[in-house]
Design a protein around this ligand. Structure first.
Ligand SMILES: NC(=O)c1ccc[n+]([C@@H]2O[C@H](COP(=O)([O-])OP(=O)(O)OC[C@H]3O[C@@H](n4cnc5c(N)ncnc54)[C@H](O)[C@@H]3O)[C@@H](O)[C@H]2O)c1
Length: 415
């Protein structure tokens, strides 16, 4: 029996109930998981302790890679300070895994990345181990798809795209994911799978850029963009609603499109839609601050020395994830202009350590007196746990970036 046949047989036989080892270089995460504790709000600790009881183990010991039939890499793929792909995590992890590769394994990259990464970065490193890719060992790319906080989907019900370096790699890739995922979607190459993920995220970034531009035009014309989007969304075909906001957040949409921009340059191509929507979306925090200044000005106040409460610092509603959150950029702009900034977020009790942002703040309790004590509140993230009636009743001025207050209210400015 060939390595491929043996591995497919093993994966098929296992069905659901794989024995899983989690590798990380962060000892604190490993300890937390082994103690049955989750460090991500939307994944409950009960799910982790259940997995631990079923044999899940986390470790920093990469020599245990040799025990694994399937190795899935899902390490960060951020941008560096020049907004170029930072591949160091993918490369470092592949180098750490390499000494423990053996025949009869499948290696799957899940990190979002530019087309060509699997072939250019993983393939040569795997080949250095002396193993024949497609015969001894199998290489696939299968992008991660997740919408944290969305109750309508779970891992099993989100279709999973898979591309293999060879047809044998693809067969093994399908055998790996099929037991756990209802619908596996094979594509013809790792490059096609890599590009699929980028198209999904670029589609969102461009459409959000479009609606953010429409918001500015609508505002000048005295039209509520949220009313317009909702009305347009009643069209039963050919329209998908996207909502404007204070800017792009999260680890995907503000970052991933620029992976393609960077790679396209190698082919002498410019990704103009990506650049343009990036430009519009990146201007949003300044637009919001401009609207706040207008509102304060109307009340005869300056932003300098004004007390401003930012409502919601996670990048989207009902989660605690703050990566690339536009709220934090707004807080920095406000502070740079001399405002006294505070925040309230039921999901983020203390402003956490971040790579590029520092605030020594804790979440303000959202009481009537507290809200009234601020010259303005800026609603940046529309968490369900906020008391919107209390905010409207007590705030001196509300800058609403999420369309939470529909219709006309004297003290609400839409931004
Ligand atoms: N989280 C999501 O919702 C999501 C959705 C789709 C795609 N992605 C993509 O998946 C990838 C990972 O995203 P994430 O949100 O899990 O990132 P993350 O920042 O949470 O990092 C994942 C983990 O990788 C660990 N790590 C770093 N270097 C390592 C190494 N050399 N070996 C082992 N572990 C290492 C980190 O300590 C961290 O715990 C990214 O490419 C992202 O774009 C994430």
């Amino acid at each position: 029996m060939t390595s491929k046949e043996q591995l497919i047989k093993k994966l098929n036989k296992t069905s659901i109930g794989f024995k899983v080892i989690g590798f990380d270089i962060d000892q604190s995460k490993v300890d937390s998981l082994n103690n049955g504790k989750s460090y991500i709000e939307h994944i409950g600790s009960d799910a982790i302790s259940k997995a631990v009881k079923c044999g899940f183990k986390a470790t920093t010991d990469f020599s245990r890679i040799i025990e694994c039939d399937a190795i899935i890499l899902c390490v960060p793929t951020p941008l560096n300070k020049y907004r170029e792909p930072d591949m160091s995590f993918v490369i470092d992890t592949t180098n750490m895994v390499k000494p423990y590769l053996r025949a009869g394994q499948v290696l799957s990259l899940e990190s979002t990345t530019y087309p060509g990464t699997t072939e250019e970065e993983l393939l040569p490193r795997v080949q250095e181990s002396g193993l024949q890719v497609g015969e001894d060992i199998f290489l696939v790319y299968s992008p991660e798809r997740e919408d944290p906080g969305n109750p309508n989907f779970e891992t099993r019900t989100i279709p999973k795209v898979v591309g293999g370096h060879t047809s044998a790699c693809l067969e093994v890739g399908k055998a790996l994911y099929q037991p756990a995922i209802d619908k596996v979607v094979p594509v013809s190459s790792t490059k096609a799978a890599e590009m699929t993920k980028l198209l999904e995220n670029i589609h969102r970034a461009v459409n959000i850029g479009l609606v953010n531009e429409m918001k500015i035009v609508a505002d000048k014309m005295g039209i509520d963009i949220f009313e317009v989007v909702d009305a347009a969304a009643t069209k039963p075909f050919g329209f998908t609603p996207y909502y404007p906001g204070p800017g792009l957040g999260g680890h995907c949409i503000p970052i991933d499109p620029f992976y393609l921009t960077w790679k396209a340059r190698e082919y002498g191509l410019h990704t103009r839609f990506i650049e343009l929507s990036g430009e519009v979306n990146q201007r949003m925090p300044e637009y919001v601050v401009g609207k706040l200044m207008d509102g304060l000005n109307e009340a005869g106040k300056a932003l300098k020395k004004a007390k401003v409460l930012v409502l919601g610092i996670a990048y989207k509603k009902n989660v605690d994830d703050m990566r690339e959150s536009p709220s934090v950029e707004i807080m920095e702009l406000l502070e740079a202009k001399g405002a006294h900034v505070a925040y309230s977020d039921p999901h983020v009790p203390v402003f956490p350590p971040m790579r590029e942002h520092h605030f020594d703040l804790s979440s303000e309790p959202l009481t009537a007196e507290n809200v009234a004590a601020f010259d303005a509140v800026v609603l940046t993230t529309d968490h369900d746990r906020f008391d919107y009636a209390l905010i409207l009743q007590n705030a001196q001025l509300v800058v609403d970036t999420r369309g939470k207050y529909r219709g006309k209210h004297k003290k609400v400015i839409k931004a």
